[in-house]
Design a protein around this ligand. Structure first.
Ligand code: SF4
Ligand code: SF4
Ligand code: SF4
Length: 260
């Protein structure tokens, strides 16, 4: 009988919602546990084999301490394929919204004063690719069930996950929503990777880009459109920062230069 691929599901700083969204797939969990030899699943198992070599490591969360950084590097050494699982791991997410502004130490001192940390020395939150090679990613905060299960299935068969090249707007249109931009609400749907099925605009709430920026889009045309609608560049950047960390900001700033 063919050996099952080994899987480790690890978690660093975040709300643990990505692991929870996997646990919520109740109808499919038996299939998952049958298809893979799960060595580590922090949120679901107590007998984790932290020393196990794994074929696939799903890593949730950003890196916020030196201890986590050390553990992440160990996971990288043990895993054949390392996957950034969710927005915290991919972009840093909310805890990295001010990443790179040079004021982290100042903010940290305001909250913690002169507290001495001895076990897990804190550091500015950063996505995992800043420290280790990442082979694949699963987007979302948290990832959607369909996209996540499809990605994990592709990984278990030895393939890289594939994703839609369309933005949230397409799924929003499929759901026959009125466009929020026409109501003067800043929605990042035109620039955000699809796959979530547009739950936010469907509930009359603008998309805030939690899936990350879409790679293959006419970004400049979309940014010009948002500008024409009267939205300010700094507001677009501020909104993208919430989930996208500093890299997305740098990207938008460069695009804005071209879009002028
Ligand atoms: S990506 Fe979102 S759901 Fe996942 S751990 Fe981070 S905050 Fe939670
Ligand atoms: S509401 Fe947002 S996601 Fe929907 S079509 Fe308009 S811009 Fe796109
Ligand atoms: S609509 Fe936007 S903010 Fe809402 S889940 Fe999808 S990507 Fe995230």
């Amino acid at each position: 009988m063919k050996k099952k691929p080994t899987l480790g599901i690890y978690g660093f700083t975040g709300c643990a919602g990505c692991q929870l969204s996997l646990l919520d797939c109740e109808d499919e969990l038996v299939d998952l546990f049958s298809a893979a030899d799960i060595k580590v699943f922090y949120e679901a198992m107590s007998n984790n084999d932290d020393d196990a070599l794994v074929d696939i490591a799903l890593v949730e969360g950003s890196i916020n301490t030196n201890k986590q950084l050390h553990e992440l590097k160990e996971i990288r050494e043990k895993a054949k394929v390392l996957v950034a699982f969710g927005s915290c791991a991919n972009h840093g997410c909310v805890q990295a919204m001010a990443l790179g502004d040079g004021k982290w130490e100042q903010r940290f001192k305001q909250v913690y004063g002169d507290t001495k940390f001895t076990v897990a020395i804190p550091r500015e939150a950063q996505p995992i690719h800043k420290f280790v090679k990442v082979d694949a990613f699963i987007p979302g905060c948290p990832p959607s069930k369909i996209q996540m299960l499809r990605a994990i299935t592709q990984l278990l068969f030895g393939n890289k996950p594939t994703y839609t090249n369309s933005p949230v707007c397409l799924e929003c249109k499929f759901r026959e929503n009125e466009c929020l931009l026409n109501d003067g609400k800043l929605c990042l749907g035109p620039l955000t990777m699809g796959g979530c099925t547009a739950p936010c605009p469907t509930h009359n709430t603008p998309c805030i880009g939690c899936w990350g920026i879409i790679e293959e889009a006419n970004h400049i045309a979309e940014l010009k459109l948002l500008k024409e609608k009267g939205f300010k560049i700094e507001d677009i950047i501020r909104r993208f920062r919430m989930f996208g960390g500093s890299e997305i900001v740098e990207k938008i700033e460069k695009l804005m230069e071209v879009a002028k």
